[in-house]
Design a protein around this ligand. Structure first.
Ligand code: TTP
Ligand code: MG
Length: 394
């Protein structure tokens, strides 16, 4: 019996919640992110409505650039609590259809509905019901991909956004993927895309037709994995326990502070702890989130998705620090900071995706050596020089 996997991904999630809650925003370009300050703001776009995308605005873009593309847009600061509430409701709706739900981010999940088909109908029928339930309960639209495995379902859900529903029948995977650009293959970023383009490979079908042995010769295990994906083969299971777990640490300062050096050192220490725990769990994080709370308890979070999943301080700290800096405001005291790695890849998956990482990068080797020493001599045996600063926590 073929498996039926669904990938559900909310449309313009944060922006859609804002449009739902502010009817005057509907049909308009809404940009959720930092304060654009009339084009001088230094933060980034979290996401934007589809109306704003027509002007070239997109996630992770500098807000100043968004402002140039779309000065008439409605600029909104993120309301994380609202989004988290909607997310929780949506995830519990998905659980009405099966308990095989693997949440992969705040607005996205895989479902294995193979066992639900007898009671609830075919994959497409279940997908339609899910979309209708989400609209009914949350007044938000989702796009859904239906396929025999996770990879193809994920690609399918993205193809007709927003409010999409794309079904790939079993046996049609290769044909469906063939015309799509290589960048849609998991683990293929800009760098790999360029490498593959040099071999004359542009669309997924080119990879599928390419000589398997040659791919393996050039890219090792990663090449074999790409070849499988290109043919629509992916045997990873939907695993409810894995999902959207995150590994994170936060610190509340004993006294509220605006000491940048202290904030810097504390963030470095937190990033170090998170990285150590990632490695101890054989996991890598694809998303880095920072949490920031001011003395009056106003709290915000910022996150980015990394080009490649990471498990080292060298990769995680600079990203976290870059996210944190724009949040610090002149004359405002900070109460708490934290850093989280989520969207975790574990074990073999993490290895497969590090295709073009081999041999291990220097920072991983250093990190592994540090782990061995801390393991032998306990926490605190080795500390990065930058952590030994005269200004410890106040
Ligand atoms: P996405 O699902 O990547 O984006 P989206 O739901 O806004 O739009 P799409 O219709 O293309 O799926 O991310 C979900 C939410 O996560 C998004 O609404 C805002 C947040 N996010 C960030 O804060 N920063 C980012 O860089 C990205 C990609 C998303
Ligand atoms: Mg989405």
């Amino acid at each position: 019996m073929n498996s039926t996997i669904l990938h559900v991904d909310m449309d313009a999630f944060f922006a859609a919640v804002e449009q739902r809650d502010h009817p005057e925003f509907r049909g308009k370009p809404v940009i959720v992110g930092s304060d654009p300050k009339g084009g001088k703001g230094r933060g980034i776009v979290a996401t934007c409505s589809y109306e704003a995308r027509k002007f070239g605005v997109h996630s992770a873009q500098p807000i100043s650039q968004a402002w140039r593309c779309c000065p008439q847009g409605i600029y909104v600061r993120p309301g994380m609590e609202k989004y988290a509430r909607a997310s929780e409701r949506i995830m519990s709706i998905l659980l009405e259809f099966t308990d095989m739900v693997e949440q992969v981010s705040i607005d996205e999940a895989f479902l294995d509905v193979t066992g639900s088909r007898r009671l609830l109908g075919s994959g497409v029928e279940i997908a339609r019901k899910i979309k209708a339930r989400i609209v009914e309960d949350q007044r938000l639209t989702a796009s859904v991909g239906v396929a025999a495995n996770k990879f193809v379902a994920k690609v399918a859900s993205d193809l007709q956004k927003p409010d999409g529903l794309v079904v790939v029948d079993p046996g049609k995977e290769e044909e469906f993927l063939a015309p799509l650009p290589i960048g849609r293959l998991w683990g293929v970023g800009a760098k790999t895309e360029a490498l593959l383009a040099r071999l004359g490979l542009r669309c997924i079908g080119d990879v599928a037709r390419f000589d398997h042995a040659e791919l393996v010769r050039r890219f090792g295990k990663g090449g074999a994995h790409l070849w499988q994906l290109a043919r629509g083969v992916d045997d990873r299971k939907v695993s409810p326990e894995e999902g959207f777990k995150s590994i994170g640490h936060e610190t509340t300062f004993e006294r509220d502070t605006d000491d940048r050096q202290l904030l810097h050192d504390t963030m470095l220490e937190l990033a170090e702890k998170v990285s150590q725990r990632l490695r101890a769990n054989m996991a890598r994080g694809r998303t880095v989130t920072v949490k920031f709370r001011e003395a009056d308890f106003s709290t915000c979070t910022r996150r980015v998705t990394l080009p490649r999943p990471a498990d080292t301080t060298e990769k995680i700290f600079p990203v976290a620090w870059k996210l944190l800096q724009p949040l610090m405001r002149e004359g405002k005291l900070v109460r708490l900071i934290g850093v989280y790695a989520s969207n975790l890849l574990t074990g073999e998956e993490a290895g497969q995706l590090s295709l073009f990482d081999q041999p291990p990068e220097n920072d991983r080797r250093l990190a592994q050596a540090l782990d061995r020493i801390t393991h032998r001599f306990g926490d605190g045996a080795v500390t990065r020089a930058a952590l030994i600063s005269p200004k410890r926590k106040a």
